[in-house]
Design a protein around this ligand. Structure first.
Ligand code: ZN
Length: 93
């Protein structure tokens, strides 16, 4: 979880590079978008997908499987997309 510039990671995930790098992406998003980032993230599925997709692409670069990232995108963020759609989005550059 990322609360503006504070990254909170459950102890069991401490040091898991794909998670740490994912949260760093959200920190960079807040630096870029400032207060608009949490507003857009919470109010718009389109923007939430944009922000999470950017972060999960980095997670995949750091060892998370595409399958696992696609599952998370399809199930954990209320994005109304299927795992297959998420997989396609993750695989395009
Ligand atoms: Zn995220």
């Amino acid at each position: 979880m990322n609360l503006f510039f504070v990254i909170l990671i459950r102890p069991k995930f401490k040091g898991v590079k794909s998670i740490v790098e994912h949260e760093k992406v959200h920190t960079r998003q807040v630096l870029k978008w400032w207060i608009l980032q949490p507003i857009l993230y919470n109010l718009s599925k389109k923007w939430r997908l944009k922000f999470e997709l950017e972060a999960y692409k980095v997670s995949v670069k750091h060892g998370k499987s595409v399958d696992s990232a696609a599952w998370a995108l399809a199930n954990a963020y209320g994005l109304d997309i299927t795992k297959e759609e998420a997989k396609e989005l993750l695989e395009c550059t």
